[in-house]
Ligand binder design. Structure first.
Ligand SMILES: Cc1cc2nc3c(=O)[nH]c(=O)nc-3n(C[C@H](O)[C@H](O)[C@H](O)COP(=O)(O)O)c2cc1C
Length: 432
């Protein structure tokens, strides 16, 4: 029976914009112990994977917490040592990295974790990132995706320079590795010239799992060509079904099996033992939003400075054709359609980074998950607890047993690797 996949989107305090101001946030301070605690709760809840986002810059607004972060691969290497089964997915941008570095780091994480690594391929949307890498501005949108495509090809090629059985470590014969099973990549393209090989045996999973989250046309094409897990922002089932069908058809058009590209919309479930308790938790968090943080976060999502606007009035005039980010377009359209003020826009659409909020008892959350899962909206969900660790613990204690009772979620891990959890095949060696 098909069962849903669950990712935990890690954030130090939680995904509600004001979570960090709650007295229960940061139980161990800004420490790796905080993350270790979350990882272990998620593994206890049999989650498929942990997911760590990344941005190479800090928004200089002291009222916001969300850009403070540990470097994802360093963090996940540490978490690999305090977990045994859960998958470990880190973000690495193709815009401000070199393929060799990325291939090597993710292959290392796959070896360190015994086959649990995944790479979230992003092109970077924050304009500030470019300023840290010798540029005055980010590349134009189509250029980012052309680079991302070639970058991904090179990374996959580097992972496949050695056959699975190339490394012998044969002390008797003195053969460390069989050089006949080594093929150089010798890639020479528009953006990269890379000979290879990596100085590592082939990964336990063959290749780390490829993840992608772009929603523009170019983003969806990149996802369809390579991604095995696709994160997406979908706020209602009808739109989610359209996205799901579109992605699966695009995957098939690349000659790939659509079942091997799993669509996981993000969702912020605010769960209580009763609906009232869930509502109370939600209002508690909403009351902690600082006005400046709300305005700045909305501005960042829209890619514009909103300081000085009337927060009780509608959004200022924004030319939708100038917005390249699908998330930004969605926020403006929803805000206009539902006649929201600027304040309501951040309160309703931005507190959860634009993702769907689901407030209720465990059965309400399970009902909605089941509806989306069984009606072509999702293969699973990327869970964004409003608060950590409490929101995650509630989800594991209340929602996971309800999903298991309905036969919708595993009762035990069936294999050691992330590909086992996700039902994804081990990739055959690329020939080059
Ligand atoms: C769940 C989720 C997580 C994301 N994480 C990151 C991230 O960590 N870093 C980043 O630069 N972009 C991140 N993004 C943004 C996208 O990967 C993508 O770069 C952005 O949507 C722009 O692409 P698009 O124009 O194709 O939509 C994330 C998007 C989603 C839906």
């Amino acid at each position: 029976m098909r069962q849903m996949k669950l990712g935990l989107f890690l954030a130090p305090a939680g995904h509600h914009m004001a979570a960090w101001r709650h007295p229960d946030a940061y139980p161990d301070g800004f420490s790796v112990k905080t993350y270790a605690r979350f990882a272990q709760i998620a593994e206890h809840g049999l989650f498929d994977m942990l997911f760590v986002a990344d941005v190479f810059s800090l928004t200089p607004n002291g009222k916001r917490s969300d850009n403070f972060r540990l470097e994802p691969l360093t963090l996940l290497s540490a978490l690999a040592m305090v977990t045994e089964r859960i998958g470990l997915v880190a973000t690495a941008t193709t815009s401000f990295n070199e393929p060799y570095h990325v291939a090597r780091k993710f292959a290392s994480l796959d070896h360190i974790s015994g086959g649990r690594a995944g790479w979230n391929i992003v092109t970077s949307s924050s304009p500030r990132e470019a300023l840290n890498f010798g540029y005055d501005a980010h590349f134009e949108h189509a250029e980012r995706y052309r680079r991302a495509d070639e970058f991904t090809q090179v990374v996959r090629g580097l992972w496949d320079c050695l056959d699975d059985d190339a490394v012998k470590i044969d002390q008797q014969s003195g053969v460390f590795f069989d050089s006949g099973k080594l093929r150089l990549l010798n890639h020479s393209g528009t953006n990269f010239k890379v000979a290879g090989p990596l100085s590592l045996p082939r990964c336990p999973q063959g290749n780390p799992v490829l993840v992608q989250a772009g929603s523009s046309e170019d983003g969806k094409s990149l996802a369809a060509k390579y991604a095995e897990v696709i994160f997406t922002i979908q706020r209602d089932l009808a739109a989610a079904q359209i996205f799901y069908q579109d992605i699966k058809a695009r995957v098939a058009s690349f000659g790939r099996n659509p079942d091997h590209a799993l669509v996981l919309p993000g969702v912020m479930p605010i769960v209580g033992k009763t609906r009232q308790e869930a509502q109370d938790r939600y209002y508690d968090l909403q009351s902690l939003i600082h006005r400046e943080a709300g305005l700045a976060t909305l501005g960042r999502h829209l890619g514009m400075d909103l300081s000085g606007v009337d927060i009780e009035g509608p959004l200022p005039d924004i030319d939708l054709t100038k917005l390249t980010q699908s998330r930004a377009i969605g926020i403006v359209e929803t805000s206009r359609r539902e006649k929201m003020s600027v304040r309501e826009t951040w309160e309703k659409l931005v507190v959860s980074k634009g993702h769907r909020q689901l407030i209720g008892a465990a059965t309400d959350v399970a009902d909605s998950f089941q509806d989306w899962f069984e009606n072509g909206g999702a293969d699973g969900f990327n869970i964004m607890p409003p608060m950590l660790p409490n929101g995650l613990q509630d989800f594991v204690d209340l929602v996971v047993p309800e999903l298991q009772k309905r036969g919708l979620f595993r009762k035990a891990y069936t294999g050691p690797m992330l590909r086992d959890h996700l039902g994804l095949p081990r990739p055959a060696l690329l020939s080059h």
